[in-house]
Structure formats: structure tokens, C-alpha cells
Design a protein around this ligand. Structure first.
Ligand code: NAP
Length: 313
């Protein structure tokens, strides 16, 4: 039987690479600077693409792979995959839901605590020897603050559960009200932002949610409000966010994701009311192994004509 070609778009997991190498005719796309030449040589053997939150499968890549049957994403977010094109061509799409929920929710809470309690600044204070000159300034309490969540899905719900343990009243915005939820629902993001002290972005990135946090939402959150983004960078109008933080129109921000990552606006580097992370929401050894196993399991299921483990649609 002809070897099955599997193309990985960018480096994501040495374990996953090793396992795919064992099973398939495995190509590391980043090792081929001449992409067009590579595709001319191999496009007819490639039946699967493995992408992630950095590089998925855009229209150009999909169009250049006539034998593509499945895109298996090493992520839960599918914003880097042209889903319409996949559907139209009958290409199956899988992702890694659930296994990363705890990590992303844990990190959202960590970002809240780090931002309000200035944990990173405290650490710098000790390391640079400033403690000898006097005590650190007072910070802001988290327990009991009102938390608003945009997107009460898997991750949003896990964040809510954790924030409840801190005694926080929870409210949320999503496309539809969750009938089983005890949290207050706001059909409008501005109303949610006006009625919470900490606003957390945890929704899917789509055309509708791009810049869901805009100038008006930031104004509604106000100079004492804190924004936490654990979703995707483009959920937030970043230039509006930066000017609001610089001008003191927003209290603070904890950001795991950025609109043009890995580029981060330099104006943020000088601010002590922001905490900046390099998109590490699911970045633990344990979770990345589980995500890799899901990618492997989905590809295996597909090529053995078995039901997919985690189909995206
Ligand atoms: P999920 O269970 O599908 O939840 C998505 C939520 O987004 C749902 O509550 C949904 O509302 C809401 N939503 C979708 N479209 C919306 C719209 N137009 N307006 C308002 N809300 C909308 O997904 P999940 O597993 O929780 O993951 C959520 C996102 O987190 C992923 O898509 C990914 O981008 C991001 N993420 C980031 C990291 C990281 O490293 N920072 C890690 C993992 C995931 P309805 O329920 O009303 O449809």
C-alpha cells in the first residue's frame, strides 16, 4: 500500500513528531524553505495536515493538497483553519477539546491573581534587591470581585467554577443563555463589562467575536476594571487596549494572547498593571501529551475508517 503522507505545519511537539514518524510518511513543512517546490513534489501523497494555533490550514494550503482528507489540529481553537473550505471539499477536521480545559482555566485564574496582586512585579522587586529599601506597595484583592466571562463554554465554565471558589459573583455573555446555568446572563457585552470588575475573554474566535472587546467595552469596564484574555489575541482591539492602559482608562490587563503574536506592543512593556504571557494556556507537559495522543488517535481512526475521537463537526 502507498505510504500515507502527513504534513505538520510548524514545530509543536517532539513526541507527536516522533509518533507520526513511526506511522506515516511524515513531513515537517518548516524544514522546506521552498514551499512551492515541496508541494509540487509531495502534494499527491499528503492525505493529512497537522496544524496548531499558530499555523493551521488556510485556503492556499488546502488548495495545494488535492488528496487532503483530514486536518487534525493540535489545539481546540480552529480559527487558523479554513473550515468552510474543508466542509466544501469534504475534508474532516479534528481538534483537542476538554483535555486542555483545566490548564486554560487554571491559567486564567493565575493571570487574575498575577495582575491584581502584582506577583510578577513582586518577584522582580525581590530579585533586584529593592526589598531592602522598603516594603512592596499594596495591591488589589481578588476574592469576592465580580467576574464577567465572555464565552461560557468548556473553558469559560471551568473558570467560573474556580472563580466561585474565590467567592466571586459570576456573570457571562455568549450567543445564547444557558438554561441550566445559575450565573447571570447578559445578551450584550457592554452590559456585562459595566457590571463586572474582572472581564475574561474565553470564547471562540470567529468573524463575529473579532474585536468583541472594543473601545466601548473597555470604557464600560472602566479605570478600575481588569481585562483577562485567555482566548485569542484578535478578540481584543489591541490598539484600543494599549491606549486605554497607557492613559489609565483601564485598570489592568492579564494577557496570554496577542493580536499579532509573537509581536507584542512595546508600550505594554513599561506598564506595571499588565501581565504578559507567551500563549501558554495549554502549555503543560501533561496536557500537551494528551493533546498529541488525541491527534494521533484521530488520524489512526480516520485511516482505519473508524469513528473520529474528536471531530470538530
Ligand atoms: P467552547 O466550549 O466551544 O466554548 C466557546 C464559547 O464561545 C461558547 O460559550 C460560545 O457561546 C462562545 N461563543 C462563540 N461564538 C460567540 C459569539 N459570536 N458571541 C459570544 N460568544 C460566542 O470552547 P472552549 O473549549 O471553551 O475554548 C474556547 C476558546 O479558548 C478556543 O476557541 C480557543 O481559541 C481558546 N483557547 C485558548 C488557549 C490558550 O492557550 N490561551 C487554550 C485553549 C483554548 P455559545 O455557547 O452561546 O455558543
Amino acid at each position: 500500500m502507498e505510504a500515507i503522507g502527513v504534513l505538520m505545519t510548524c514545530p509543536m511537539s517532539p513526541y507527536l513528531e516522533q509518533e507520526l514518524d513511526k506511522r506515516y510518511d511524515f513531513f515537517r513543512f518548516w524544514n522546506f524553505p521552498q514551499k512551492k517546490e515541496f508541494l509540487r513534489m509531495h502534494s499527491h501523497s499528503i492525505r493529512a495536515v497537522v496544524g496548531n494555533a499558530t499555523i493551521g490550514a488556510n485556503a492556499e494550503l488546502i488548495d495545494s493538497l488535492p488528496k487532503l482528507e483530514i486536518v487534525s489540529s493540535y489545539s481546540v481553537g480552529l480559527d487558523k483553519i479554513d473550515l468552510v473550505k474543508c466542509k466544501n471539499r469534504g475534508i474532516r477536521v479534528t481538534y483537542t477539546p476538554d483535555v486542555l480545559t483545566d490548564d486554560a482555566a487554571d491559567l486564567a485564574i493565575a493571570l487574575i491573581l498575577a495582575t491584581l496582586r502584582k506577583i510578577c512585579e513582586c518577584d522582580r522587586y525581590v530579585r533586584s534587591g529593592l526589598w531592602k529599601n522598603g516594603d512592596f506597595k499594596l495591591t488589589t484583592k481578588f476574592s469576592g470581585k465580580s467576574v464577567g466571562i465572555i464565552g461560557l463554554g468548556r473553558i469559560g465554565s471551568a473558570i467560573a467554577k474556580r472563580a466561585e471558589a474565590f467567592g466571586c459573583p459570576i456573570s457571562y455573555h455568549s450567543r445564547s443563555e444557558k438554561p441550566d446555568s445559575k450565573y447571570k446572563y447578559y445578551p450584550n457585552v457592554i452590559d456585562l463589562a459595566s457590571n463586572c470588575q474582572i472581564l475574561i475573554v474565553a470564547c471562540t474566535l470567529t468573524d463575529e467575536t473579532r474585536h468583541i472587546v472594543n473601545r466601548e467595552v473597555i470604557a464600560a469596564l472602566g479605570p478600575k476594571g481588569v481585562l483577562i484574555n485567555i482566548g485569542r489575541g484578535p478578540h481584543v482591539d489591541e490598539s484600543e487596549l494599549v491606549s486605554a492602559l497607557v492613559e489609565g482608562r483601564l485598570g489592568g490587563a492579564g494577557l496570554d494572547v496577542f493580536e499579532h503574536e509573537p509581536e507584542v506592543p512595546e508600550q505594554l512593556f513599561g506598564l506595571d498593571n499588565v501581565v504578559l504571557l507567551p500563549h501558554v494556556g495549554s502549555g503543560t507537559v501533561e496536557t500537551r501529551k494528551d493533546m498529541a495522543d488525541l491527534v494521533i488517535g484521530n488520524l489512526e481512526a480516520h485511516f482505519l475508517n473508524k469513528p473520529l475521537l474528536t471531530p470538530a463537526f
